[in-house]
Design a protein around this ligand. Structure first.
Ligand code: P6P
Length: 335
């Protein structure tokens, strides 16, 4: 069977052996994410038709207004992950604290960190949004209550990571450390089919993704890199593309080549993106696709987390573009 026609379910079974030590639990975990993705995709696609658009009036720990679909997506992923007796804890952008999950048989060995609906401010204007997930093996003894340290692991310990993009089509893209594969949902039959086998990000690209509205607040190194991208020289000027939805900007850059930058700034001293459930999973995926990801200086996956919702600067994309951007950040004037 051509891999292009393979379903996600068939792919998971065929690649079962890749999951170290697992007895099928990681496969069941990916399958539960697949189920939740289908339900959220259905709700996102009809958002304009029912009274689900708009804000709940609540705000999350990030101080961001919660869109109703945020809550629906969060509840859906938590419910499907909880019901499978595989996961001992979940951390979500929408929840201040991590959620311990009853481990009746004392064998649940995975924790999941999730941004259930990233870019949700785009929902009301019908721009693509996404779900991002990151999976670790717990580090505390099985059968004991999950602890904060199970979640505060460096990204280089992830056993799997992925995203779902609710765009012109719904795609699930994920890695277990053996490359990156993309599956597109056929909504008519509710099946994900392999559409992007062995995804690789071009080493070079000509797209840079940054919110230039914040230019005056950026570190000098970022300002200098943006001017480098805009200069008429060689293969430049590059094209500026910024959707304002991390999953969409990164997905496009993986397919076409490019760099995404959300730096620290004078108005966001820690940056905006969250290390544990945005930057780490995206960094794992992009590295597995042949790209790289850093905070402008240090590899994202080597950062030792100290808080569940900590933020960091995020540079991510084509290997050669990343090297150039990091060179600009090395300059003594880059700060
Ligand atoms: P800004 C969405 O809120 C998000 O977390 C990412 O999906 C997106 O890349 C970024 O923030 C956009 O932030 O400040 O440019 O609107």
């Amino acid at each position: 069977m051509s891999r292009k026609n393979q379903t996600l379910g068939e792919f998971i079974i065929e690649n079962q052996k890749e999951f170290q030590y697992t007895t099928g639990e990681l496969s069941r975990l990916i399958n539960s994410i697949r189920l939740a993705a289908k339900v959220v995709s259905h709700e996102v696609r009809k958002a304009g038709l029912v009274d689900i658009i708009g804000e709940t009036g609540e705000t999350n720990i990030q101080g961001e207004t919660q869109q109703k679909l945020d809550i629906l997506a969060n509840d859906m992923f938590i419910k499907t992950l909880t019901n499978r007796e595989i996961v001992c804890g979940i951390a979500s952008e929408e929840n201040d604290e991590f959620i311990p999950i009853e481990d009746r048989n004392g064998k649940n060995k995975y924790v999941v960190l999730i941004d259930p609906l990233d870019g949700s401010s785009n929902i009301d204007v019908n721009v693509s949004v996404g779900t991002i997930f990151s999976i670790y093996r717990r580090v505390t003894p099985p059968g004991t209550p999950v602890q904060q340290e199970d979640f505060l692991q460096p990204g280089n310990q992830q056993v799997a990571a992925g995203y779902i993009i609710y765009g012109t089509s719904t795609m699930l893209v994920y890695t277990t450390g053996y490359g990156v594969n993309g599956f597109t949902l056929n909504p008519a039959i509710g099946t994900f089919y392999m559409s992007h086998p062995d995804m690789k990000i071009p080493e070079n690209g000509n797209i840079y993704s940054v919110n230039e509205g914040n230019y005056v607040h950026f570190p000098q190194g970022v300002k200098d890199y943006i001017k480098y991208c805009q200069k008429e020289e060689g293969d430049r000027p590059y094209t500026s593309r910024y959707i304002g939805s991390l999953v969409s900007d990164i997905h496009r850059n993986i397919l076409k080549g490019g760099i995404y930058i959300y730096p620290t700034s004078s108005i966001k001293a820690q940056g905006k993106l969250r290390l544990l459930y945005e930057c780490n999973p995206m960094a794992f995926i992009v590295e597995q696709a042949g790209g790289s990801a850093s905070d402008g200086h240090k590899r994202i996956l080597d950062i030792e987390p100290s808080e569940l919702h900590e933020r960091c600067a995020f540079f991510c994309g084509s290997k050669n573009m990343m090297e150039t951007a990091e060179d600009f950040m090395k300059s003594p004037l880059a700060k």
